[in-house]
Design a binder for this molecule. Structure first.
Ligand SMILES: [Zn+2]
Length: 366
């Protein structure tokens, strides 16, 4: 018992801000639900499944996102599955020492009323309809159950999707409606580099800009995937036009000194994901100095997350180990977790509480 107590005290010290709920499914759960629901995953064994959903070599962001097509059907339009994976994520996070995390997803891509081919999409009036709103409800249910059972704190960020700006208004409305029930922010995700790499107008539309600026006025926290596979200009745009407080990845901001200095000066928080940065091809293996190392050297406001562990197959420890190989030290990790707590989208009082906890856990004086 004593051991467990110390273990518990010792391990609850990580804060993870950039985690896709639909990219954090257990392989075993994907397998089990596929069997139960008669979904063809395109493989015959659990080991084969693991093989096809894990990206092991640097690739492109588009390739990195492909496995989602394999396992998303497991949760799409299934309220019980959504509740379950949210609950399981709390258990998995607690096991690896996370005290607080923010899970993000597109409520539309998890629904069966949007984003599906015409022959599969369900009308919102249909009995079988699982609307984006229902998706949010079920995920929050699962997280609440998990929080209680595993003594962890979890909140939600809702994602707009590149190329689907007609959903943006709806995403913001859900952020507002569920603000007091655990939704703490809005994001834009997807393939920022896609076919529209050089055309910012298409990449982030006027509609998205409008919605993010409205979010700011309504007191909804904002982050955006930018400067991952796309250029530094996307980071600049996210700061100026989407009015973000945090940037997902942001690696390519370091390609442009002016933009990178802006990030540093404004204290914009960078949600860094080490393995993901390589596996998406965003940071080539030949890069002399990884942008995350620059973040650390320049004392940038950054934290460490996994992005999509189903695909990367990593634990947080793996991510830290990778950074250790590049020269980061314990003090950087303590600082990163403190930064994460400070940049979390929690209301002030809860944020203070989390900050104190993280400071204590890392043995930092207040
Ligand atoms: Zn991401």
């Amino acid at each position: 018992k004593k051991y467990k107590f110390y273990g518990h005290l010792f391990i609850y010290l990580q804060v993870e801000l950039h985690l896709h709920l639909d990219g954090s499914l257990r392989i075993t759960t994907i397998w089990e639900l596929a069997q139960k629901k008669g979904i063809d995953l395109g493989c015959n064994t659990l080991a084969e499944l693991e093989n096809i959903v894990r990206i092991r070599r640097p690739s492109t962001l588009a390739e990195f996102l492909k496995p989602y097509k394999i396992f998303m059907p497991i949760i799409i339009g299934d309220p019980e599955a959504l509740e379950r994976v949210a609950y399981e994520l709390c258990e998995d996070q607690a096991k690896q020492g996370v005290c607080y995390f923010e899970a993000r997803f597109s409520p539309h891509l998890c629904s069966n009323t949007h984003g599906l081919p015409p022959d599969q999409v369900v009308s919102p009036d249909d009995d079988k309809a699982v609307t984006p709103r229902k998706v949010v409800e079920k995920v929050l249910e699962g997280l609440r159950r998990g929080e209680k059972d595993f003594n962890i704190k979890a909140r939600v960020i809702l994602c707009c999707m590149v190329g689907q700006s007609s959903w943006d208004e709806d995403v913001l409305a859900l952020c507002v409606e569920f603000k007091l029930q655990g939704v703490v922010g809005i994001d834009i995700a997807g393939d920022e580099a896609g076919e529209v790499e050089t055309d910012n107008e298409e990449n982030v539309t006027m509609k998205t800009i409008e919605v993010f600026q409205k979010a700011e006025r309504l007191g909804i926290h904002r982050t955006a995937h930018a400067g991952e596979a796309g250029p530094a200009a996307n980071v600049d745009r996210a700061i100026r036009e989407l009015r973000v407080e945090r940037i997902g990845h942001g690696y390519h901001s370091t390609d442009d000194e002016e933009i990178y200095n802006q990030v540093l000066n404004l204290g914009i928080h960078l949600e860094a994901c080490p393995y993901s940065s390589y596996l998406t091809g965003s940071v080539p293996l030949t890069t002399q100095k990884h942008p995350i190392i620059r973040y650390a050297e320049d004392n940038a406001n950054f934290s460490i997350s996994r992005d999509g562990p189903t695909v990367t197959g990593t634990t947080l420890n793996d991510e830290y180990d990778l950074l250790k190989c590049m020269g980061l030290k314990e003090v950087h990790f303590a600082r990163a977790n403190l930064n994460a707590a400070r940049a979390s989208f929690l209301p002030d009082e809860e944020k203070q509480e989390l900050l104190e906890h993280v400071k204590n856990m890392h043995g930092l004086s207040l």
